[in-house]
Design a protein around this ligand. Structure first.
Ligand SMILES: Nc1ncnc2c1ncn2[C@@H]1O[C@H](COP(=O)(O)OP(=O)(O)O)[C@@H](O)[C@H]1O
Ligand SMILES: O=P(O)(O)OC[C@H](O)CO
Length: 488
């Protein structure tokens, strides 16, 4: 029987999911890997650990099965540079959360470059994106710049690095959604931007070729026989596809390490007046579909902090019982700005804070605050989207990602937004999106409309909070954020 293998290379783990001919997941393998925090606000991954966990999970998930094609989806923006001859990275992967280039971005803004960068890339001048991370590597690794100028080094986001390795260096490629997150790609022209590369002193010879999300990216022998890689999309875009948000106005929000809400805006790149990003949702048959994106850096990562930092839980699912038992009289608010704040604040310098602590505050109130922080931050994004789009956005939010498994968090999300939250039967929408791209290209999965018809609701959460409480609680959050930001 034919299968599609989806590689989902995320921030905290690599997953491989085998989908059968009916697009049902039939086998899953997952491996967590090490997070390196070499300095405050720095986050790195070992590229070899990424590679090893991807290989191991692919071999485990696909064992004994026939694989027709591979789809890849990945943590976005994370930046790698490697030697074209040896394939060896010259530095660790600098992760999307990493803030080391905050000063570079501040200087570029002070010099008046942000308007041009935003106009071309749809992004803001923030360390989140790949461009300044790549420039940092060239400026800080011994001999890197000379080698780059001599054409000896290749740059890539994680998809590009994996494809390079999977094809033994035969393919140096990416897709339009990943390119759109580098801050080096003109999303309207569909081309790398020479002016931004010149501004950051990045040789364009380092950049990969950009393709549609469903196209031929190369062939790999990893599974023992040649298998084509036919689908690639950044993980948030893959989730948008997996949630079948194909119509303008459709909206999804994914709760993994961070939270990313994408609103399909059709074939028009909408310019946000409220500090959201304009990005490519997917590109098929040479035609980009655009999205407005709200990016929050810490969602499930706050739950991980309860586990690994505070040691008050052993497992993420324990937060539900704790939150249920929390004192209703206390209103402890956690602003999880562990690596600064993303949309709509874009404050790289601020750090996390907790408000409203009393002598009686403990693990239960911290757990509830971590789950509520996700709802509050999502409301920030949805308010910005509403302000940009008016009534052109839907009021139903389709959710997915590991943390969407939390009924407690999803109910609070519906409550604080005053809007329905729909959770599909398949929570692995990211992998499903990548699998669909590859399976559709291979001709074994349905077209866009046929795929959209397969989306199925598992549970809908309707708001239960009264509107006075909603208003008061959200005002409390806004006040806490105002006191956390590094600048007014
Ligand atoms: N039942 C749960 N309640 C709250 N948070 C959860 C629950 N299950 C998983 N999470 C959180 O979801 C995140 C994992 O989601 P996942 O989509 O795998 O993330 P990523 O792709 O970023 O690695 C973790 O941060 C974890 O703490
Ligand atoms: O690994 P995730 O699922 O948290 O996603 C990371 C995003 O792609 C960062 O932009």
């Amino acid at each position: 029987m034919t299968h599609i293998l989806a590689i989902d290379q995320g921030t905290t783990s690599s997953r491989a999911i085998l989908f059968d001919g009916d697009m049902r997941p039939s086998s899953v393998a997952q491996k967590e890997f090490t997070q390196h925090f070499p300095a405050s606000g720095w986050v790195e991954h070992d590229p070899e650990e990424i590679w090893e966990t991807v290989c191991a999970t692919c071999l485990e998930a696909a064992e004994g099965q026939e694989v027709t094609a591979i789809g890849i989806t990945n943590q976005r923006e994370t930046t790698l540079v490697w030697d074209r001859v040896t394939g060896a990275p010259i530095y660790n992967a600098i992760v999307w959360q990493d803030r080391r280039t905050a000063q570079t971005c501040a200087d570029l803004k002070a010099d008046g470059h942000e308007a041009m960068v935003t106009d071309r890339t749809g992004l803001l001048l923030d360390p989140y994106f790949s461009a300044t991370k790549l420039a940092w590597i060239l400026d800080n690794v011994d001999g890197a710049r000379a080698k780059a100028e001599a054409g000896e080094l290749a740059f890539g986001t994680v998809d590009t690095f994996l494809i390079w390795r999977l094809t033994d260096g035969a393919s140096h490629v990416t897709d339009a959604t990943n390119a759109a997150r580098t801050m080096l790609y003109d999303i309207k022209r569909g081309a790398w931007d020479a002016d931004i590369c010149a501004l950051l002193n990045i040789p364009m010879s380092m950049l990969p070729e950009v393709r549609d999300c469903a196209s031929h990216f190369g062939v790999t022998d990893l599974l023992g026989a040649p298998v084509p890689i036919l689908g690639v999309a950044g993980d948030q875009q893959a989730a948008t596809i997996g949630q079948a948000c194909f119509q303008p106005g459709m909206l999804k929000s994914t709760y993994g390490t961070g939270c990313f809400a994408l609103l399909n805006t059709g074939n028009v790149p909408v310019v946000s007046k409220n500090r959201l990003l304009t990005t490519i949702a997917y590109q098929l048959d040479g035609k980009p579909t655009y999205a407005l994106e709200g990016s929050i850096f810490i969602a499930g990562a706050a739950v991980q902090w309860l586990r690994d930092g505070l040691g008050i839980i052993d497992d993420a699912a324990e937060t539900t019982a704790l939150a249920d038992a929390a004192d209703p009289e206390q209103e402890v608010i956690l602003v999880p700005a562990f690596t600064g704040m993303g949309a709509p604040y874009w404050d790289a310098e601020c750090r996390g804070a907790v408000f409203g602590l009393t002598r009686g505050s403990g693990p239960k109130e911290f757990a509830r605050a971590a789950l509520e922080a996700v709802g509050f931050q999502t409301r920030d994004l949805l308010e910005a989207m509403q302000a940009d789009m008016g009534n052109a956005s839907e009021t139903v939010l389709r959710v997915d990602g590991g943390m969407a498994a939390s009924d407690w968090a999803m109910q609070f999300l519906a409550d604080i937004n005053g809007a329905d939250v729909d959770r599909p039967t398949v929570l692995e929408t990211t992998a499903l999106g990548a699998a669909w791209l590859a399976g559709m290209k291979a001709g074994i999965y349905p077209d866009q409309a046929g795929f959209a018809a397969t989306w199925a609701l598992e549970r809908s959460f309707a708001p239960q909070m009264d509107s006075d409480t909603r208003t008061r609680r959200y005002a409390g959050w806004k006040d806490a954020v105002a006191r956390t930001l590094s600048r007014p």
